[in-house]
Structure formats: structure tokens, C-alpha cells
Design a protein around this ligand. Structure first.
Ligand code: PLP
Length: 430
């Protein structure tokens, strides 16, 4: 495969776009650098790049594209939205319809607000939790990504009784002091943090099923303990379902796991590929938000008809029979393909899969928290990523990300992908 045009475009990009990309992970930093491929067209499960190369795509735009690229039903909704005007600055009936659909799917969303990104959604849930409880601090879990607002760009301190450190230049020490970070799946550490900080904690922010150090499920009882202990301490529980909502079933991870938070942040899939975020929760808590309450949140683009109509169309596709069963079957086939190839060629991998999403970790036996994921072999992943790309399989460029199956992938796509994995493993480092 030649990448000459991508190389040229990347050079040109760096002259005008800071770093050549509009989101840092696209620069392949997570796989030791290189030229990011400039994609030209996407349809179904496939990409075509500017050099004319063809790929099977498992990035799915970091999650949102669960129905495959340019799904006809969603495309039609976006076209109709364009005809009718994409931005009104007034309420529309479509917002009512969509909010109703979300609440029907995720009953804890007694009241909903639409925003424009997952970052905004999470950021606002924290504000709401602070407004409701009158407290300042939050607890979050190491390695979970919650967008790029200041409070969630705080790295762990040295234990549950210490506050965090800025994880980005520009995040102040005073903000970092509001955040306590504990390991995922560690109820003891969580309890210790609450025992120490209890009366100060406004909210506990958690990805109920982690998507940001790969796919990591909560251990039995972990989320129940988070709920019980947080509530005992008077803190709210906030689920960041930006990746998980509608990923594993028609509804949230909270439906799948049977544990209900007070507030939920949504994004990605619910926009059908257009920019969106949403947050919601118990009515009494949401009533803190303006115009009813004193916690301010607004947005020129919030609830815009294009994103809302694309979101409705996406959920309509996902509501069709057997969607999630098929994604699970494809996931099972892909996992088996990867495991067989790894066994055959003695490549040490661990595959964490839940239904249509999986992560391959190299050189580690089990991944149940961020430290495990950090300890997986990044060099092996980087090599694997680049060899797969050269053979026409587009993955997320980081050992911490997931592969996402879509409704557009076929068994044949997965068979071909497994064959390519086998080739890469058979030529390992040759
Ligand atoms: N929360 C989670 C769990 C995410 O994975 C992401 C993005 O990857 C975000 C929040 C931020 O969403 P956005 O990129 O739409 O701002």
C-alpha cells in the first residue's frame, strides 16, 4: 500500500492546523507516530483513503458509527434536516420526540437536556451534582476518560486520601484539589476515599463499563458498592455512558447491569454521527438546571434539528430486531479469529470483549483496571496496528481503545479480518 497522498496532506495540514490534526489521538502518537491516513470516503464498514486504498473499519469514529458509515436511513434524515433548516434557536417537536425515546430506553433519564458533545454532557452533570449537594469535590476512576473539561483532566494523587494533580497544562492546582481518583474495580479504595472525603463529595463519576482503557467490565458488586457507599455519604452517582449507551443493547449499560445512577451523560451513538451530547437524571436533581434552577447551562447549537433528527434515525435503526444479537455474534466470531491466530503463532494476547466491542492487549494476562492496561505491551500493539493498517484494516491508533463492530460489518468482513490477523501474527517482527 502506498500512502503518498496522505503524507503530502499531513505535511500541508501541519502548516495550517496545529499538529496537523483536530484531535490529538489522530496523530498516531499512541502508536509511536507516523503519518495518519487521510480518509476520503466512508460507506458501511469501509473506508477509502486519499491514495485509493481500501479498509475494513473498526474505529467507527471512536464509537458513534454503530450503524456503519452513511447508513441510508440516517443519511435521509440528515438530508431532510438540511432541506428544512439545520439550526433554529427555538424549540422543535423533534427534541420532544428524541428526549422521549431516550427516556423510554433509559428510564433513569426522567428529565433530559441536549448539548453538543460528551465533554459538555459530563461537565454539566458535575455542575448539577455540585449544585444539588452544595459540595465541591468529585471522585473519578483512574484511566477513565470523560472529555476535556478541566475537572476531568486531573491525574490520580498518591492514594485515596490525596487529591489529584493537573493532567494537562492549563489545569490549575486548585481545580486538581477538587478531584480524587481511585482505581476502577477497587471497592476498598473507593470506600477509603469516601471515608476520608465523605462530606465533601458532590458526585462520583464512573464509566459503568469502561471503554477508555479498552473494554473493561465492572467486577460483580463493584457498581452496586459505588452506588450504596456514595449514597450513604450523600454524594450523587454519575454514569458517563458516552461510549456505552446503545452500544451493548437498546439502552444504557445501566439497563444491562441493572444499576441505576442519579445522573447520566450521553454522546457519540445518540447523534447518529453528528455532534451531540445529552445529560439527564432524576427529576428533582435535574430541576437544579436553568431555566428552572440556579445551575446554568446553555447552548446555541444545543438540540439542533440536524443532530436530533440523525439521532432519532440512528435509534430507529438500532430498534430493529436482532441488531444487538448480530453484533454479539460478529464480536464472538472476531474474538475467536483473534484468539485462534494468537494461539497458533504463540502471540501473548488477552482479548476483553463485550458483545460488539473488544480490545486486544499484548503481553498481559488480565486487564481489570488502568494499571493492567498500562502494563500491556504498547510496542507490540503499535507494530500490530501498523501491520493491520498496511493490510487494509483500520483500528484505533492506541492500545487503550476498542474495536467496534457495526451493523454494516458482515461475517465475511470478520473472516477476512481474522485472516489478516493470522498473517500479521505469522510474520511477527519479520
Ligand atoms: N466520556 C467518554 C466515556 C468518552 O469516551 C468521551 C470521548 O471519547 C467523552 C466523554 C467526551 O466526548 P466528546 O469527545 O464527544 O466530547
Amino acid at each position: 500500500m502506498a500512502f503518498e497522498r496522505s503524507e503530502q496532506l499531513y505535511q500541508e495540514a501541519q502548516d495550517v492546523i496545529l499538529g496537523g490534526v483536530n484531535s490529538p489521538s489522530r496523530a498516531y502518537k499512541g502508536v509511536g507516530g507516523g503519518t495518519p491516513v487521510f480518509m476520503k470516503k466512508a460507506k458501511g464498514a469501509y473506508f477509502w483513503d486519499e491514495d485509493g486504498n481500501h479498509y475494513i473499519d473498526y474505529l467507527a469514529a471512536y464509537g458513534p458509527i454503530i450503524t456503519g458509515h452513511a447508513h441510508p436511513h440516517i443519511t435521509k434524515a440528515i438530508q431532510e434536516a438540511a432541506e428544512d433548516g439545520v439550526l433554529y434557536g427555538t424549540p422543535t417537536v423533534h427534541e420532544n420526540t428524541f428526549a422521549g425515546m431516550l427516556r423510554e430506553a433509559i428510564p433513569s433519564l426522567e428529565r433530559v437536556r441536549f448539548v453538543n458533545s460528551g465533554t459538555e454532557a459530563v461537565m454539566t452533570t458535575i455542575r448539577v451534582a455540585r449544585a444539588y449537594t452544595g459540595r465541591d469535590k468529585i471522585i473519578k476512576f483512574a484511566g477513565c476518560y470523560h472529555g476535556h473539561s478541566d475537572l476531568v483532566l486531573v491525574a490520580a494523587g498518591s492514594g485515596p486520601s490525596t487529591t489529584g494533580n493537573p493532567d494537562s497544562a492549563g489545569v490549575t492546582e486548585s481545580i486538581a484539589k477538587e478531584v480524587i481518583t481511585v482505581p476502577f474495580n477497587d471497592s476498598e479504595a473507593f470506600k477509603e476515599a469516601l471515608d476520608y472525603w465523605g462530606d465533601d463529595i458532590a458526585g462520583v463519576l464512573v464509566e459503568p463499563i469502561v471503554g477508555n482503557f479498552g473494554i473493561v467490565e465492572p467486577k460483580p458488586g463493584f457498581l452496586e458498592a459505588v452506588n450504596d457507599l456514595a449514597h450513604e455519604a450523600g454524594a450523587l452517582v454519575i454514569y458517563d455512558e458516552v461510549i456505552t449507551a446503545f452500544r451493548f443493547m437498546y439502552g444504557g449499560a445501566q439497563n444491562l447491569l441493572g444499576v441505576e445512577p442519579d445522573l447520566t451523560a450521553l454522546g457519540k451513538i445518540i447523534g447518529g454521527g453528528l455532534p451531540i451530547g445529552a445529560y439527564g437524571g432524576k427529576r428533582a436533581i435535574m430541576e437544579e438546571v436553568s431555566p428552572l434552577g440556579p445551575a446554568y447551562q446553555a447552548g446555541t447549537m444545543a438540540g439542533n434539528p440536524a443532530s436530533i433528527k440523525a439521532g432519532i434515525a440512528c435509534l430507529e435503526v438500532l430498534k430493529e430486531p436482532n441488531v444487538y444479537e448480530n453484533l454479539d455474534q460478529l464480536g464472538e466470531q472476531l474474538e475467536a479469529g483473534i484468539r485462534n491466530a494468537a494461539d497458533k503463532h504463540n502471540i501473548p494476547v488477552t482479548v476483553n470483549r463485550l458483545k460488539g466491542a473488544l480490545t486486544i492487549y499484548f503481553d498481559i494476562d488480565e486487564v481489570s483496571n488502568y494499571e493492567d492496561a498500562e502494563n500491556s505491551n504498547g510496542e507490540m500493539f503499535a507494530y500490530f496496528f501498523k501491520e493491520m493498517l498496511k493490510r487494509g484494516v483500520n483500528l484505533a491508533p492506541s492500545k487503550y481503545e476498542a474495536w467496534f463492530l457495526t451493523t454494516a460489518h458482515t461475517k465475511e468482513d470478520v473472516r477476512k479480518t481474522s485472516e489478516i490477523v493470522d498473517k500479521v501474527f505469522s510474520n511477527w517482527n519479520n
